[in-house]
Design a protein around this ligand. Structure first.
Ligand code: GDP
Ligand code: MN
Length: 385
């Protein structure tokens, strides 16, 4: 889960990282009031979950509250990389003398987190990594020992930070590490961390990614999720505990088990089709979950056929079949549905759905061929024959 800049910076601040004074506004009026409170120049920053907002015109400096209002009006009506701007952060403007990059992520090959810093801050780190990788200073962090002072100092030296900043830099680096660890983040990034003209260090931008699989133990972070900016199907899927990822193909998939779902997608592709989604309804799914899953699949206009591949273990095929009937009743699908049910209570399941107008298949290969044929008879004909 991605956090907004303002959310990330609030977390950073709790860990002793200096951030600019500021607040979020959803209207231009509010933005003017905040600018008035802050006094002096402010920066109006669109809060969207994509990078490069600056270049896209989503970050503007305002010299007074009136200009803040105008710019907020402008930015609140923008779309950045397809995402509408619904909130702006109004921050006290900083006068920048130097921009630094500082971030932590997991280094899978080293099997531990890595802190990265660069004196070439402000630009995206991927860009620095590509063009001048030697400018990135790295320190791997032992998760049991945490970030050590000497590591923070080595980084400070590596990015040519003058000695009088080391103490503060250490506090910031250590705060970032603790925020990263405590929140189960997969990324915590300050870009830019600036040295101001009056020689202070401030985190001007903030970005955090939280491991979705750890959200169950961070209800406060889970609450920060911004439903406005997520695909409705994914919001709905999460509500029912379904693992759902939308893809670009035309065959909707409903499968129990992630491994089986992957296999199903592979087989669809093998026979020349393209899956419209990954969907794992999980073990022991009842009929309400099945119905919810079916509705999610069928609301995708790209779906031209549905393949249901259910291996009944803990999940009972008759329960799934009942869910299918409920969903069909509600959604009234107009696309062909191919179903393969095997395992626990498969026979009862098949009996239940025999009322529905569905294509049954005995094996996965058979099911995949039938689904591909339903979306694209020519292609399937060629591959199958
Ligand atoms: P991003 O483009 O989405 O990464 O947004 P950032 O928050 O990193 O801002 C992009 C750039 O805008 C920064 O690298 C700064 O150069 C500039 N910027 C942001 N806030 C301020 C500010 O308070 N004062 C000044 N002068 N520039 C700022
Ligand atoms: Mn940035």
């Amino acid at each position: 889960m991605k956090l907004h800049e303002y959310q990330s910076k609030q977390i950073f601040s709790r860990y002793g990282i200096p951030i600019p004074r500021g607040r979020v506004a959803t209207t231009a009026d509010e933005a003017r009031n905040i600018a008035h409170e802050l006094g002096g120049r402010v920066v109006i920053k669109s809060q969207v979950l994509v990078g490069g907002r600056g270049k896209a015109g989503g970050i503007k400096l305002a010299k007074d509250p009136r200009e803040a209002e105008d710019l907020a009006t402008q930015i609140l009506s923008m779309e950045i990389k397809g995402l509408p701007v619904r909130k702006v952060l109004v921050d006290e403007a900083a006068s920048i003398s130097k921009e630094i990059y500082l971030g932590i992520t997991n280094d899978r090959s080293a099997r531990r987190p890595v802190m990265m810093a660069s004196a070439a801050g402000g630009v995206e780190i991927e860009e620095v990594a590509r063009t001048t990788p030697e400018k990135i200073i790295k320190a791997h962090i032992d998760p049991l020992l945490g970030l050590k002072d000497y590591q923070a100092r080595d980084i400070a030296i590596g990015i040519d930070l003058p000695k009088h900043h080391w103490k503060m830099f250490n506090q910031i680096a250590s705060g970032l590490w603790h925020a990263y660890q405590d929140c189960d983040a997969t990324l915590a990034e300050i870009n830019p961390l600036v040295v101001t003209e009056d020689n202070r260090l401030i985190a001007l931008d903030g970005k955090m990614l939280i491991d979705d699989n750890a959200l169950f133990r961070h209800p406060d972070l889970a609450d920060l999720r911004d439903l406005d900016v997520e695909a409705p199907a994914e919001v709905e899927a999460r509500k029912y505990g379904l693992s759902f990822i939308k893809l670009d193909g035309s065959i909707g998939c409903m499968v129990n088990g992630a491994g089986l779902a992957m296999t199903t997608m592979d087989i669809i592709k093998l026979f020349g089709g393209e899956p419209a989604n990954f969907l794992d309804i999980g073990g022991g799914a009842g009929s309400d979950k099945v119905a919810a899953a079916m509705k999610i699949i069928l609301t995708d206009p790209n779906v031209k056929a549905v393949l249901l591949n259910i291996f009944g273990g803990i999940t009972r095929c008759d329960e799934v079949a009942r869910g299918i009937l409920v969903a069909i009743e509600e959604v009234k699908p107009k696309v062909p549905m191919v179903v393969r049910l095997v395992g626990t209570n498969a026979e009862e399941g098949l009996k239940i759905i025999s009322e529905a107008n569905m294509i049954t298949a005995d094996t996965l290969v058979d099911a995949a061929k039938k689904a591909v044929f339903a979306t694209n008879p020519q292609e399937a004909g060629r591959v199958i024959s």
